[in-house]
Design a protein. Structure first.
Lengths: 503, 153
């Protein structure tokens, strides 16, 4: 009852005309930023931070949070239409979203992404509202061994992302781990795999690899054929551009799965929305009645990662607001903003600043509705991009990719690396190596190595620490079970074959 | 004509990855495997390097032992894709000299006129339209920094 009363006060704050305006400005900017590869919410919030110094803190935080979750909505647009992930968590959306676009269901994919984002975003806010204090305590029980086990579970998802060859998927993942370890080793200052280039000391940015391997590799693959027609089919009429009831029905579990996994992983500082989207996709595929169709353009393959990606925002605000712990680059900048406004996020945040906390929670409900209203009518407009001729569209994808990569670091060296990763992406397609495991290895490699080394430091080299703690032991068991899944499937196939032959 | 089993894609890519695995192991041997505080910088690369080497060798052997799939490689398509990539890579090398907008316009011109064999006036219109559109959207509206050459654009 107390929660509802507080939420009522929060809505009173969120519905003030000024706050409504800043909420709309935030979600609109966030959507634009999300569409742009390379320009993420962290950079946008950092750029706009000085403008908020003269604003009331509640309005400012409503706008900056709007950018944060609005970017998650926008990130799926280019992933679905062009196979260019607008931000890191949209990589998984490329897998089925782009295939849906190729099958003439681009509008449906965009609609499912928007609806899933709305549902999961709302679930994330409800979670933030109801579960913030106990979940924050749970997150604090996570130490390095638990993080290592979580990353191991994430890597085990490679089983579910593999195509025809598990060996190739594992090799792609190992290449991802190799790229992740390029740069200065934070524990020892040793520079690893930098080839004598000072530009490599900071490592390789995720955006360069994702855009090169996914977007440009795909474009190069498509350019093998000498064609000049329209690129992808776009059905006529608004009804055909939106998801059908059957598609929405197929996504029921995916909406729920994405919402819950995204929120729980969001609560864990450092885990992030990319791993949340990978895990929710893996779970969705594992429980699906037709896992073999994943990667060919199934709506659940869009709904689950998009949901996880958006629900993660609500989860990530839990440790930030209740413990003062930022779990990602974006929440770290939000923390800096809080401190600049004279606020101190922590256990007393809700008690000391109820107007701000509940105003933010209520504004996120309002912002999610604004995003749905803003995004659904734009679907027919976005889908028109696919009507462009190949010879116009492909150079535009090259251009957007270069702008996106250059926007991250203003480094020409990164543009050269983009060319190298484009070739890698094309070679992987040509040789039937799945690309998603490479991205998985790249995303998790650095955190996994850090967690493993910290765990072994804690235990003075004893690997037993990884299995002696209940949470990490459970997650490692799940990881091993996932890795053994193909063996079980193969054994089952042999058994059925033997039964057929005998019967 | 049957392809030599040692020239199959999986065998060649397996060999490249095995070489990469061996390189990772040799580099990792140069860093400390373990220190007084715990694992050193060579610990993690050593393990995934070994895994890569072993898996790549398994892939090579498995592929060499399988019968030929009989699927011919469309080398003309590969040549088309690689020529676009080569132009893109050269363009990235020329960004410092020519600037983004000119490189982007030239790249569009190449794709439209050479790869898709469209008339030159269509190619020029597409090249100029793309470059102007990008300048208006990213340079002016979004104020994003684009690589600029000595010519000032």
């Amino acid at each position: 009852m107390e929660v509802l009363t507080s939420l009522g006060h929060g809505f009173a704050v969120a519905f003030q005309p000024l706050n409504l305006f800043w909420c709309f400005a935030g979600v609109f900017l966030g959507t634009v930023v999300g569409v742009m590869p390379g320009l993420g919410p962290a950079a946008t919030i950092a750029m706009l931070l000085p403008l908020t110094f003269n604003m009331p803190p509640t309005s400012a935080v409503i706008m900056l949070a709007g950018i944060y979750y609005g970017a998650k909505y926008g990130g799926s647009t280019t992933a679905i239409l062009l196979n260019v992930p607008g931000e890191s968590a949209s990589v998984v959306t490329c897998l089925d979203g782009y295939q849906m676009a190729r099958n003439g269901r681009a509008g449906a994919a965009l609609g499912i992404a928007a609806i899933s984002s709305f549902i999961a975003g709302t679930v994330g806010v409800i979670g933030l509202m109801l579960l913030a204090p106990p979940l924050a305590k749970f997150a604090l029980s996570f130490s390095s061994p638990e993080y290592f086990a979580l990353m191991a579970m994430g890597l085990a998802m490679v089983v579910l992302l593999a195509g025809d060859s598990m060996i190739k998927a594992l090799l792609a993942m190992l290449v991802g781990l190799w790229i992740a370890s390029m740069g200065i080793d934070l524990f020892s200052d040793a520079s690893r795999f930098t080839f004598g280039q000072t530009e490599m000391l900071d490592g390789v940015d995720f955006v360069i690899v994702a855009i090169g391997v996914f977007a440009l590799g795909e474009v190069l693959g498509n350019m093998e054929k000498r064609g000049e027609g329209t690129m992808l089919p776009v059905p006529k009429g608004l009804r055909n551009l939106l998801p059908t009831m059957a598609e929405l029905k197929a996504c029921r579990f995916a909406f729920l799965n994405g919402s819950i996994i995204g929120f729980v992983i969001g609560v864990l500082p450092g885990a992030g929305s990319t791993i949340a989207s990978f895990i929710s996709y893996g779970v969705e595929k594992a429980v699906s009645k037709h896992p073999e169709k994943f990667g060919t353009g199934v709506p659940e393959g869009v709904a689950a990662p998009e949901g996880a990606n958006n629900s993660e925002t609500g989860g990530a605000l839990v440790p930030l607001l209740t413990l003062g712990i930022p779990g990602s680059g974006t929440t770290a900048i939000l923390l800096a903003a809080f401190i600049l406004w004279g606020l101190r996020p922590g256990p007393l945040m809700i008690q000391d600043n109820p107007e701000l906390f509940w105003g933010l929670v209520a504004s996120m409900y309002v912002g999610n509705i604004m995003l749905l209203v803003l995004n659904l009518p734009l679907i027919p407009l976005f889908a028109q991009i696919l009507k462009l001729r190949e010879y116009i569209l492909y150079p535009i994808i090259f251009g957007i990719s270069v702008v996106g990569v250059f926007a991250v670091s203003a480094s020409l060296f990164d543009c050269w690396m983009l060319a190298a990763f484009a070739l890698l992406g094309y070679a992987m397609r040509r040789l039937d190596y799945p690309t998603a495991p490479l991205i998985l290895g790249l995303v998790l490699g650095d955190s996994m190595e850090r967690a493993l080394r910290q765990s072994l430091m804690m235990s003075q080299g004893d690997l037993g620490i990884l299995v002696s703690r209940p949470i990490s032991a459970t997650m490692l068991f799940l990881a091993v079970a996932l890795l053994c899944l193909p063996l079980f499937r193969r054994a089952n196939t042999w058994r059925l074959k033997a039964l057929e032959e005998n019967g | 004509m049957a392809q030599s089993k040692w020239m199959r894609g999986d065998v060649v890519s397996g060999a490249v990855l095995a070489a990469l695995g061996a390189y990772i192991i040799s580099e990792a041997r140069g860093w400390e495997y373990s220190t007084q505080e715990g694992p050193g910088p060579g610990f993690f690369p050593m393990w995934y390097g070994v895994a890569m080497l072993v898996l790549a060798l398994v892939l090579m052997v498995k592929s060499a032992m399988q019968p030929d799939s009989g699927k011919p490689v469309a080398w003309s398509g590969v040549a088309r894709a690689l020529s676009v990539w080569a132009v893109f890579a050269i363009g990235m090398g020329l960004l410092k000299v020519l600037g983004f907008l000119l490189v982007f316009a030239l790249m569009t011109l190449f794709v439209v006129a050479v790869m898709y064999e469209r008339p030159l006036k269509v190619a020029f219109a597409a090249a100029i339209g793309n470059a102007v559109g990008f300048y208006l959207l990213f340079g002016l509206a979004l104020r994003l920094e684009l690589p600029v050459g000595p010519l000032g654009f």
